[in-house]
Design a protein around this ligand. Structure first.
Ligand SMILES: NC(=O)c1ccc[n+]([C@@H]2O[C@H](COP(=O)([O-])OP(=O)(O)OC[C@H]3O[C@@H](n4cnc5c(N)ncnc54)[C@H](OP(=O)(O)O)[C@@H]3O)[C@@H](O)[C@H]2O)c1
Length: 288
């Protein structure tokens, strides 16, 4: 059985490759990368590296030759061609190469979500379903790492600000989503849909976790979206970027990341660390 992973030079892809290597032979793992030189420096020895630009269907199809199972790590908005087109390219290539199974990193409750950030994922899930290829949608909730700016602020005893009110998010460390993705990829009997998330928490609870983790007693401010965006602009961001970052607060306030699911610990086979321990881990990693 040959397994391939897209975006293998990214944090998610690399962590997934490392989990795969704990479970299957390195000769069965193919790492796809748009930058093969970067991949050679980052990836463990023995893993075959093949070109994998989301912008080149023919290259992807040729790289996926003899691959049975594909972990398709979603791309990011803002590339040279629209993200959905990049995703279509990966799926078309997988079809051409006769890939038997696609595990795709998606968005919480993607099929029902109206969040702007979910739309590419919703469409990608539809395209994958229409191919008839067996699949698993790995609907990943929020990474703890997304909150690095407020975690850092608290760590420096500065104000912790948010505008998501009492909205809930299912934060978990990125490495756990990646580990779970690799486990689904090699599973004998994967489900079609996984809602991967940590326990649901509000920003006020995240602030408490940062206080516990750091021993600091900083100010916590719940703002309106306009105030939150203005604060980002005052710190030097342009309005469009500030509004884009603020939209993540809006989607959390609107309940898009509020889930009650045990899929992540179930697939990992162990409980997740507390939010406080997760905060300690990201701070320790940053300090290195
Ligand atoms: N649920 C969440 O909270 C959350 C948060 C952040 C991101 N995400 C999603 O998770 C994905 C992985 O996150 P990450 O932390 O691994 O991001 P990352 O460290 O920035 O890595 C992104 C990966 O995608 C690759 N990539 C980007 N554009 C590409 C293209 N056109 N063709 C081929 N490869 C391309 C990058 O290649 P290079 O190394 O060459 O740049 C890199 O390998 C993101 O892409 C995003 O869809 C989810």
């Amino acid at each position: 059985m040959k397994y391939a992973i897209t975006g293998s030079t990214g944090k998610f892809g690399l962590a997934a490759v490392n989990t795969l290597l704990e479970n299957v032979a390195a000769s069965d793992v193919v790492a796809l990368a748009r930058n093969e030189e970067k991949a050679k420096k980052l990836l463990p020895a023995g893993v075959e590296i093949r070109p994998g630009s989301y912008e080149d269907v023919d290259q992807l199809a040729s790289s996926l030759k003899d691959v049975d199972r594909l972990l398709f790590v979603s791309s990011q908005p803002g590339g040279k061609i629209p993200r959905l087109q990049q995703h279509q390219n990966v799926i078309t290539a997988a079809q051409k190469a006769n890939v038997k199974f696609i595990a795709y990193t998606s968005f919480p409750q993607a099929d029902q979500s109206n969040a702007p950030l979910a739309q590419d994922h919703k469409e990608t899930e539809k395209i994958i379903t229409a191919t008839g290829i067996k699949h698993a949608f790995l609907r990943n909730n929020w990474y703890v790492e997304n909150e690095m700016s407020v975690i850092d602020a608290g760590n420096q005893d500065e104000a912790f600000v948010y505008s998501a009110a009492d909205g809930y998010a299912g934060w978990a460390l990125e490495r756990f989503y990646a580990e779970a993705a690799a486990k689904v990829l090699i599973s004998d009997d994967p489900k079609d849909i996984y809602e991967f998330a940590g326990a649901s928490h509000t920003y006020a609870e995240l602030a408490e976790a940062v206080k516990e983790a750091t021993g600091n007693n900083f100010e916590v401010r719940s703002l309106s979206d306009a105030e939150y965006s203005q604060g980002l602009q005052d710190s030097g961001l342009d309005k469009a970027t500030a509004d884009m970052i603020t939209s993540f607060q809006t989607l959390i306030r609107d309940g898009n990341l509020d889930e009650n699911t045990s899929d992540l610990p179930d697939v990992l086979g162990h409980a997740l660390p507390s939010l406080t321990d997760s905060v300690k881990e990201v701070l320790a990693k940053k300090a290195k």
